[in-house]
Every structure is written in structure tokens, then in C-alpha cells.
Design a binder for this molecule. Structure first.
Ligand SMILES: Nc1ncnc2c1ncn2[C@@H]1O[C@H](COP(=O)(O)OP(=O)(O)OP(=O)(O)O)[C@@H](O)[C@H]1O
Length: 374
């Protein structure tokens, strides 16, 4: 379990992480989402003790990183896959890590096998593709067989096969009862991987919710219609209790109704329809709306708010009680109305310390110098 309490990091005038309070629990993959520059990497570096917090606290199973006598058996991380001595082979890189942490040599072979690098283990890592480099970084994270794993943007730049592999690996680790915390700026990817979501923007907590709840609230169905008889169609729909909402391209969107119902209404009133199509709001759009005010770097042509809201869907900031409301005040708990987090039914309870997993080595950091510097 990773617990953040009011965690804050300032670089001069810049507040990179702003009073973050949340808990990452075992047994599920927790997605850590935010646009570029939101503070994800800075948060992860503070978890590992690589950056000193300006305020607040972060604990790993109740203790600070520096208090862990054998950190390797608690937490493994992939922060920057490129931060590897390119002249060394994959095997030697892992062996150095293992020896520095009193981890048995055979564990190197095991993790190489797990990540599928056995065949190229003796090759210098500077010739590795991006995907192979990511696998090597993940092997390093797994080396100590830790109960907690943290991956910073692990699928960046990977091909579909590599993405699927990492996705399945993370799910498998969580299914073993481990704590898996993975950052991304892609909602679509997290929707396939994570069961729980932490969303931040400009260093602040925007949402702490189950993925199921996020999907239920943000992927509502609606119907798009186009008609040359706009005013009459609006009157007919309104009289039937529906609320047509005009979009920028001249179409109308109607929530909570079946396309067939609108088609029948149009037929009854002899109205012409040029389009009658079922639609579903994308999670990526929902994520963009949620973080719209927090995006640091905008491409010129993209409106900060993202695409138009589907009808009936609350804009952000949302109504009080919604988990998708405005950024949290410093140190505040998750918005009211959010169900308490709980692992899915039948979930495996993580093994108690000293049970289940072999315990490895002494002081270890996956990569003390890793992390971005700007
Ligand atoms: N060493 C540093 N010195 C000054 N500012 C920094 C430093 N590290 C990060 N920042 C700033 O802190 C903010 C958060 O950066 P961080 O890398 O944590 O964001 P991120 O969410 O991981 O972004 P990305 O998705 O682009 O990796 C950014 O504005 C960044 O420029």
C-alpha cells in the first residue's frame, strides 16, 4: 500500500505536486492519470525517496522509503527505461543490481525469462529497441520480487504487442495481490488496464474513483440527429419530454433515448431525418474535460475544453458530490458521494510480510539516478 498525505513538491515558484492525498491499494492496478506536466513523475520520485517533499508525507506500507531496511522486497519501479548503462548487457545490468542488493543470481535468469529477454540477455542494451528497453526496466523492477510495483508511462512508444504484454503483466501482478501503480496520460489505455483511477492536474487531485464508476458516469449513450426541419423537430422532441442540444456542426444530440423512439416520433409527424445515429461519449473525451483546466501545454488548434459535451452529461466542474468536481482543496478527502474503495469480490488477499514471496536482499533502489530533469 502506498499512502500520500498532503504530499507537496515545489521547484522555486512552481508547485509540481500540490497537497496530494490518496491511497494506492493492493490487488488492483491503479492508474495514475494526468496530462503532461501534471506531476505524476514527481509524485513517483517522492514515493521512492528520489525527491524530497516540500510538504506532506508519503509512506510505503506505513513507513518512509528511507526506513525500509530492505526496500527491494517492498517496492520496484520503472521510472526511466533509458537510464541504463548501454555498454552492459541486459544480464550484466541486472546482475549488478542483484549483487548490490544481495539478490541471488538465479533471480536474474528468472526475471529475464519473465520479460522475454532471455534470448538477447548477453547483448549490449544500447542496441535494444524501445520495447526491449522497457522490458529490461521492468525486469529490474521485478528483481526483488516486491509487493509494490510502480511504472511511469510504461507503454510509451510501444507497439500494440508490447502494450498488450505490459497490460497483461500488470494485471497478473495485481491478481497476485500486489500493489500496482501505473502512470499514463492515455485514458483509453487505462480503461483497459486499471480498476482504480487517480487523476491529477497541475499537481492537484481531480478524481479518485473506481474505473467502473468513471465509465458509468462518463460513457453515457445519446442519439445524434440531423434534420432540415429543425424547429418542428425540436417542438416534437420537447413535447415528448426530450431535450435536444445543438452541437457546433448543426446536428442535435438527445440523451437517454433510443434511436427508434426518435425515428418513430419523426415518422408520426412526417419529419425528414438526415441522420439518426446512436453515439457514446468516449472516456478520452471525459478525461480531457476533467483535466481541461489543468493542461499545461496546448496544441494551438485544440480547444482546451475538448469536444462538445454530450447532452445530459455534467460539465466539469461537476455538481457537488460528483467525483468529477473541481480540484480538491489542499489535503481534502475524496469528494463526498464516492463509494469507498474496495478490491473486487473474491480478490486474493496480499500475502503478509514474510509469507508467500521470497524475500531478497538489502538496500536497493531500482535506479537512484532515474527520473526526468528539465
Ligand atoms: N527538477 C525539476 N525542476 C523544476 N521543475 C520541475 C522539475 N521536475 C519537474 N518539474 C516540473 O514539475 C511539473 C511536473 O512534472 P512531472 O514530470 O512530474 O509531470 P508528469 O505528469 O510526469 O508529466 P509527463 O506526463 O510529461 O511526464 C512540470 O511543470 C515540470 O516542468
Amino acid at each position: 500500500m502506498i499512502e500520500l498525505q498532503g504530499l507537496t513538491k515545489r521547484y522555486g515558484d512552481k508547485t509540481a505536486v500540490d497537497h496530494l492525498t490518496f491511497t494506492v491499494r493492493p490487488g488492483v492496478v491503479t492508474g495514475f492519470l494526468g496530462p503532461n506536466g501534471a506531476g505524476k513523475s514527481t509524485t513517483m520520485r517522492m514515493v521512492l525517496g528520489l525527491d524530497r517533499p516540500s510538504g506532506g508525507d508519503v509512506r510505503i506500507d506505513g513507513r518512509h522509503y528511507a526506513q525500509l531496511s530492505e526496500p527491494l522486497k517492498y517496492i520496484g519501479a520503472l521510472l526511466d527505461a533509458k537510464d541504463v548503462h548501454g555498454g552492459r548487457s541486459a544480464y550484466d545490468h541486472l546482475l549488478c543490481l542483484a549483487q548490490a542488493n544481495r539478490i541471488p543470481r538465479r533471480r536474474v535468469d528468472e526475471v529475464l525469462e519473465t520479460v522475454g529477454l532471455t534470448a538477447v540477455a548477453r547483448k549490449r542494451s544500447k542496441g535494444f529497441s524501445l520495447g526491449m528497453g522497457q522490458r529490461l526496466g521492468i525486469a529490474g523492477a521485478l528483481l526483488g520480487d516486491p509487493e509494490i510495483l510502480m511504472f511511469d508511462e510504461p507503454v510509451n512508444g510501444l507497439d500494440p504487442e508490447g502494450i498488450r504484454w505490459i497490460r497483461n503483466l500488470m494485471k497478473g501482478l495485481a491478481a497476485q495481490g500486489r500493489t500496482v501503480f501505473v502512470s499514463s496520460h492515455l485514458m483509453s489505455e487505462m480503461a483497459l488496464t486499471a480498476e482504480h483511477l487517480i487523476v491529477i492536474g497541475r499537481g492537484r487531485l481531480l478524481a479518485d474513483t473506481s474505473m467502473a464508476q468513471f465509465i458509468a458516469q462518463n460513457s453515457r449513450a445519446f442519439v445524434r440527429i440531423r434534420t432540415p426541419q429543425v424547429e418542428r423537430m425540436k417542438d416534437v422532441l420537447t413535447a415528448a419530454g426530450h431535450i435536444p442540444v445543438q452541437t457546433g456542426d448543426g446536428s442535435y444530440e438527445v440523451a437517454d433515448v433510443e434511436p427508434a423512439t426518435i425515428g418513430e416520433l419523426a415518422a408520426q409527424h412526417q419529419l425528414v431525418l438526415h441522420e439518426l445515429s446512436p453515439q457514446r461519449a468516449s472516456l478520452e473525451d471525459a478525461f480531457m474535460r476533467l483535466t481541461a483546466d489543468s493542461v499545461e501545454y496546448h496544441a494551438g488548434a485544440v480547444p482546451p475544453g475538448g469536444p462538445a459535451l454530450p447532452p445530459g452529461q455534467p460539465p466539469v466542474p461537476a455538481a457537488p458530490g460528483s467525483p468529477y468536481g473541481p480540484p480538491q482543496q489542499s489535503g481534502q478527502p475524496v469528494p463526498p458521494g464516492q463509494p469507498p474503495y474496495a478490491p473486487p469480490q473474491g480478490q486474493q488477499t496480499p500475502p503478509a510480510e514474510g509469507q508467500g514471496q521470497p524475500q531478497w536482499g538489502a538496500q536497493w533502489r531500482n535506479n537512484p539516478r532515474s527520473g526526468k530533469r528539465r
